[in-house]
Design a protein around this ligand. Structure first.
Ligand SMILES: NC(=O)c1ccc[n+]([C@@H]2O[C@H](COP(=O)([O-])OP(=O)(O)OC[C@H]3O[C@@H](n4cnc5c(N)ncnc54)[C@H](OP(=O)(O)O)[C@@H]3O)[C@@H](O)[C@H]2O)c1
Length: 165
């Protein structure tokens, strides 16, 4: 059974992105993202995939899109539905997979996620994409770590509604 984990960095009002990119640059959060996701599949929407600008090493990229797949890149897999991504996770028997965004994809997968690892950024920024904050309300905080003066990592635990994939 795959443990599905949502991972995101969000501002005080749920700010996620601006103009197709992250609205901040925090090396400590990028390090946390790399260390946490390394070796595991990362699930993302097509816009987040394009915002990465490169293929992240040692992580199968599972990209959700309604469009035709771009099969030119190694370790990138295209899917037209959430169920197809969940089936891929089941079939490959991966131990963990991370849902990395963006906004639409967080909404689609949240109810399936066992945990949510959220870096809360205590600085308001201009944004045009927001995290659906109401999704965190039914989760318990299981761990809290200060990552820097402006960053707190909060690990949210099980969503009572979650169903095993
Ligand atoms: N702060 C963070 O932690 C974080 C994390 C990730 C992303 N971001 C930021 O968020 C922004 C991108 O996020 P976004 O919300 O705009 O887009 P997104 O969720 O990454 O991608 C949206 C795309 O996913 C596909 N999609 C969505 N629902 C689908 C469905 N039901 N079936 C099939 N395909 C579906 C569609 O692709 P097609 O158009 O190809 O059909 C849609 O256009 C960027 O600014 C990025 O930097 C921030």
């Amino acid at each position: 059974m795959t443990t599905l984990i949502l991972i995101a960095a969000i501002g005080p009002r749920g700010e996620l992105g601006y103009s197709g990119r992250l609205p901040w640059h925090y090396p400590e959060d990028l390090k946390h993202f790399k260390e946490t996701t390394f070796g595991h599949p990362i699930i993302m929407g097509r816009k987040t995939y394009h915002s990465l600008g490169r293929i992240l090493p040692n992580r199968p990229h599972l990209v959700l899109s309604r469009g035709a797949p771009d099969i030119s890149k190694d370790n990138v897999y295209w899917f037209n539905s959430v169920e197809d991504i969940l089936s891929w996770c089941r079939d490959t028997q991966c131990e963990k997979a991370f849902v990395i965004g963006g906004s639409e994809v967080f909404r689609l997968f949240e109810s399936q996620c066992d945990y949510a690892y959220i870096t809360h950024i205590h600085r308001a920024v201009v944004a045009d994409i927001y995290f659906p904050m109401e999704l965190l309300q039914k989760r318990e905080i299981v761990e809290q770590t200060q990552m820097g003066p402006e960053l707190t990592l909060i690990k949210y635990g099980h969503n009572q509604d979650v169903t095993a994939i």
